[in-house]
Design a protein around this ligand. Structure first.
Ligand SMILES: Cc1ncc(COP(=O)(O)O)c(C=O)c1O
Length: 487
């Protein structure tokens, strides 16, 4: 039974009421309910949206010190997600990851980090001055993909770094592969270790039994979710959830005050209020439809010669669970890289996928998709496969496993701020990286500040770039330049 109050949207209602009251505004934002906005903008989006682009006013409460409708909206979110406290975020999961790291790790504290972390976890480490202790997730050679961390891998890391009192995980990963969070949390709790989960790709998990267990349901202490990535939140809107007594709640509040804008977008926050209401009241039905669409497309794609799309069955017996709304479509069998397939789908079929890597394209199926969208995807893939298999590219195929876990010379924070210089990537071997270098997306760091630049990292980055991947964190001149510590 859905509690009646979950149908409420206190923040959005207050915004609409204020907009409709047509009070004379001598406050920010300067466009004054759209009267001062560019005509082109207003013509395209219509006039109404500007009337709810508000600022902190009594009627609509204050994110920095919520006492009214924002407080109520956050409490409803906490109830819907099973959290003790939920916080609205207006700088995406990036901001939430920063808050999560900064509120649990002080300078010098050791923190266990699964190396499939998004770069925002690492930027959080730079800000906090904590000492990361990395451990590796499992890698699947056939899929050419990092899966997630195993329970055994986490246990080994805990034994290797007994001083670490915080564990940071990313689950599910971009491809929807979730770790066995229940088992990992119970391991951590026995050792008094806090569990933080970057659940950017999992704001929907809690609302459907057919999806992997959510971080909070597994007992995590803190988690951050990109409501905007998967649900009805507007881009940049995320939530941070806290559960249990082991987290210093006032410190989290203080950190969010420090990190978030004093002029948060009410449109973003309203979208969180509405997305929560939508999930709490009809999430199961909407997600059920998305799951059915995705599973049906998965079956049809797997019948196309040269393509494969892994399923829950492929992970059975492992430590991993699959969010089946993610379709990871391996195009190796067509003699194409994921980057090439993605470009063809875009330019020739008008279909934009979420991401591509060397072997795969990633399709997100959400509550916003309709059967016709999936039919068009399957038809386009069928047509692509019908062109026949191209002989595999003759250029050296890069080692698929990112060369993670090189030697560390300095903490990420010290290395980031140390005197540095730019060098062409090819000349950086043996030097210490001063920046986070990733292939984006998915944004998993190949190099972290303080880490030695090994030849395998250089080869990996160069060969992936030659296959169409984007290197993030380098200066793009004739040759990518990487920031390293001065000798
Ligand atoms: C695992 C993961 N964490 C965090 C982020 C950052 O999230 P946001 O874009 O909401 O700031 C991303 C973005 O792709 C991500 O994939």
């Amino acid at each position: 039974m859905v509690p009646e109050r979950q149908y409420k949207t206190p923040l959005f209602d207050a915004m609409v009421n204020l907009a409709e009251s047509r009070k004379i505004s001598f406050h920010t934002p300067g466009h004054k309910s759209g009267k001062g906005i560019s005509t082109r903008f207003r013509k395209f989006v219509g006039p109404k949206i500007f009337t709810i682009d508000l600022t902190t006013l009594d009627e609509v409460d204050c994110l920095q010190r919520p006492v009214g409708v924002i407080k109520e909206a956050q409490e409803l979110a906490a109830e819907a997600y099973g959290a003790d406290h939920s916080f609205f975020l207006i700088n995406g999961t990036t901001g939430g990851n920063h808050a999560m790291i900064l509120s649990t790790a002080s300078p010098g504290d050791e923190i266990l980090i699964a190396r499939n972390a998004h770069k925002s976890i690492l930027t959080g480490i730079i800000l906090s001055g904590a000492t990361p202790r990395f451990f590796l997730p499992a890698f699947d050679q056939d899929l050419g993909m990092l899966l997630n961390v195993t329970v055994e891998g986490v246990e080994r890391a805990m034994a290797q770094y007994p001083k670490a009192k915080v564990l940071s995980l990313t689950s599910p990963n971009y491809y929807g592969v979730a770790a066995d969070l229940r088992a990992i949390v119970s391991l951590a709790k026995r050792r008094g270790i806090l569990v933080l989960v970057d659940e950017a790709h999992g704001p929907h998990l809690h609302f459907h039994q057919g999806l992997p267990t959510s971080a909070l349901d597994a007992g995590a202490d803190l988690c951050v979710q990109s409501t905007h990535k998967i649900l009805g939140g507007m881009t940049q809107s995320s939530m941070l959830h806290l559960k249990g007594r082991d987290i210093d709640y006032p410190r989290v509040v203080k950190l969010l005050l420090l990190l978030q804008s004093t002029s948060p977008s009410y449109i973003l926050m309203a979208s969180l209020d509405l997305a929560r209401m939508q999930m709490a009241t009809e999430g199961e039905k909407l997600l059920g439809k998305a799951i059915d669409l995705a599973q049906d497309a998965r079956c049809r794609i797997n019948r196309i010669s040269g393509l494969s799309c892994f399923s829950e069955a492929d992970l059975r017996g492992s430590d991993f669970f699959l969010d089946v709304t993610k379709l990871t479509i391996c195009v190796k069998g067509l003699g194409l890289s994921g980057f090439e397939a993605s470009a063809i789908l875009n330019t020739e079929f008008g279909i934009q996928v979420e991401m591509a890597d060397l072997c795969n394209i990633l399709v997100i199926v959400s509550i916003g998709d309709r059967r016709d969208d999936l039919d068009q995807l399957v038809a386009a893939l069928d047509s692509l496969a019908g062109r026949g298999t191209r002989p595999r590219d003759r250029r050296a195929v890069p080692s698929l496993l990112p060369p993670l876990g090189q030697q560390f010379h300095l903490s990420p924070r010290d290395a980031f701020f140390a005197p540095s210089e730019y060098l062409p990537l090819t000349k950086a071997k043996g030097r210490t990286s001063a920046d986070i270098v990733t292939i984006y997306p998915p944004g998993v760091p190949v190099l972290v500040p303080g880490e030695e630049v090994g030849s395998s990292a250089i080869d990996y980055l160069r060969s992936l770039a030659s296959h169409g991947a984007r290197i993030d964190g380098v200066l793009e001149l004739d040759e990518p330049q990487i920031r390293v510590l001065r000798d």
